[in-house]
Ligand binder design. Structure first.
Ligand code: G4P
Length: 535
């Protein structure tokens, strides 16, 4: 949990969160509305518009455009109720669950957006599984109440059953679609008015609140509607566990809000509540000088970890930006930081991401994300600190489910290809394995889209035509255990051995069966499905 902050400590004002949803549930719209609510942008549509102008100017991003998805992640910072919120955008496509996971390692909480007509959809399920790996607290926003919705009780049951999360409604809706009148604020026993009968709500209209047991409620709801919403609220309060801060922080219970992001209803109330209960930066486990320690967000030494690297964010500058989540200390522009493997970097032009723009950051604190431009020095999973002696753990690579052999149309360009594949693997676009025998590289991905992005980028950024042919492998396992045992295994399986980008031994298996068989035959060797980057 967050240690008690010194009064006014800057880090204690930080709230870093991500939004997760199935495509089309309304993540982009909610992002826009939040930024508008917080006054970070003036015109709706800017988030998308900006994204589009970026996309058209960058070749590889055409894939995103064609498929209507967002592959790249960015950070948006805004202030609300005296707090500084960092919204970390997560990629929407399921092939990028690995990328999403990494982004979630930099978030202290998440908002799950559900489409009120659909409830929990497959992608939501997968993303919540990813949140579970770190027990990230989840706030639920049931969106599109201005359309015909499922019964709210059914929606809560869906969360309970499919996600095994206890749901606590913070509000209770009256109707949906044309009959949507607003929500009961269950804590204040007030009705938050969406629109009066016969009126059409305009986005951005201030919301009106009336007491549930006062006279003016009858101007808004018919007797029948009032009875219905009261009964619903009663049943929900009886059936669902009350809000419990601790259970929420541990990731077992989700507070549920109802609204419509498009019509800007319910977003401010959710943000207000979030300011009351979502967590700020917590102490993080790390290895300091070989000893297990906790890094406190209020600590003096500046330290953080790279959770994402992105090339060519700005097509006019062929830059590479490493996204550094700060975990302690007060960062100042121009500081020298060291990676846990001893590389030093002077951070002279750190970038902060505001809603509309990137700006140079003069200072930043635990909980913040800064972009560190570099030429390939920084990799996903790197820890950075003043002493270079802090190593955070927990940013894994996942066993790839698709393995492809990289083949060049022009074999004379092999050196170029090596550089391209290595640099994109360092960014985390795909994984890269160098087989012990033979010269071709094997590229690994969790999903096909990663391979497609890789092909496009190798062409657009390096001018190379490369084919990713099927390779005779089904999956990969990182080997662990005593060195002599691993070596003995590697000797017996030379044709299936490779090194990953960090030089660690990897077994390329032809099938899941071969993995189990090897596990049985070599009990002293460990076959890991995920590898934590260790510098
Ligand atoms: P995503 O990022 O989760 O994929 O969803 P996005 O916000 O792009 O929303 C998907 C579609 O749902 C969009 O419509 C958007 O306008 C609509 N939408 C989002 N929130 C609400 C809501 O509260 N009520 C209603 N009725 N619709 C909502 P589109 O037609 O696909 O795109 P657009 O042309 O409107 O941008």
């Amino acid at each position: 949990m967050t240690s008690s902050p010194a009064a006014g400590a800057e880090w204690a004002r930080r709230r870093s969160f991500a939004i997760i949803s199935h495509p089309d549930a309304g993540k982009t719209t909610l992002t826009e509305t939040m930024l508008l609510t917080a006054g970070a942008i003036r015109l709706a549509g800017q988030v998308k518009a900006r994204g589009e102008s970026r996309r058209t100017s960058s070749d590889w991003m055409k894939i995103e455009q064609e498929r209507g998805i967002s592959v790249s992640a960015s950070v948006m910072t805004f202030e609300h109720k005296g707090l500084l919120f960092n919204l970390l955008d997560t990629p929407g496509h399921e092939d990028f669950s690995e990328d999403t996971y990494r982004t979630l390692t930099a978030a202290d909480s998440a908002i799950m957006v559900l489409d009120a007509a659909k409830g929990v959809e497959p992608r939501t399920l997968k993303l919540v599984e990813v949140c579970r790996l770190r027990d990230i607290p989840i706030v639920t926003f049931i969106n599109k109440m201005d359309r015909e919705a499922l019964d709210p009780i059914e929606l809560l049951e869906d969360i309970q059953e499919k996600l095994a999360l206890d749901a606590t409604p913070m509000q209770w809706p009256s109707g949906s679609g044309n009959r949507f009148r607003g929500v009961v604020d269950l804590h204040r026993d007030e009705f938050v008015v969406y629109q009066r009968p016969g009126e059409q709500r305009q986005a951005g209209e201030p919301t009106e609140r009336v007491a549930m047991n006062g006279n003016s409620i009858t101007e808004i709801l018919t007797e029948e509607e009032l009875d219905e919403v009261k009964e619903g609220a009663e049943v929900a309060t009886e059936l669902c566990p009350p809000f419990d801060q601790q259970a929420f922080l541990e990731g077992h219970r989700t507070p549920v809000f109802f609204g419509t992001a498009l019509r800007d209803f319910g977003v401010r109330d959710m943000l207000d509540s979030m300011a009351d209960f979502i967590p700020g930066p917590a102490p993080l486990e790390a290895d300091v000088n070989g000893k297990a320690s906790e890094i406190d967000p209020g600590g003096k030494e500046v330290a953080g970890f790279v959770f994402k690297v992105q090339a060519n964010m700005d097509p006019n500058h062929r830059d590479r930006v490493a996204f550094l989540r700060l975990s302690s200390g007060k960062f100042r522009r121009g500081m020298k930081l060291k990676t846990d493997s001893g590389k030093q970097i002077t951070v002279s032009a750190p970038v902060m991401f505001f809603a509309q723009d990137r700006e140079i950051a003069d200072e930043a604190f635990a909980g913040d994300v800064i972009g560190v431009p570099n030429h390939g020095t920084l990799r996903v999973g790197d820890s950075l600190s003043e002493s270079g002696k802090i190593r955070f753990s927990g940013i894994p690579n996942f066993a790839p489910e698709i393995l492809r052999r990289a083949r060049l149309a022009d074999p004379l360009k092999a050196k170029h290809l090596k550089k391209a594949l290595e640099s994109l693997a360092e960014e985390g676009v795909t994984q890269l394995f160098r087989p012990t025998i033979g010269g071709d590289f094997i590229v690994g991905a969790v999903g096909q889209l990663q391979i497609d992005v890789m092909r496009e980028r190798v062409k657009a950024e390096y001018g190379l035509d490369v084919d990713f042919e099927p390779a005779p492998y089904d999956t990969a396992r990182w080997l662990g255990g005593d060195d002599d045992k691993v070596e003995a295994f590697a000797d017996r399986h030379k044709s299936a051995m490779a090194e990953d980008i960090g030089g660690d031994p990897v077994f390329l298996a032809k099938s899941a069966w071969e993995v189990s068989y090897s596990e049985e035959k070599f009990p002293d060797v460990r076959f890991h499905r995920a590898k934590e980057r260790r510098g």
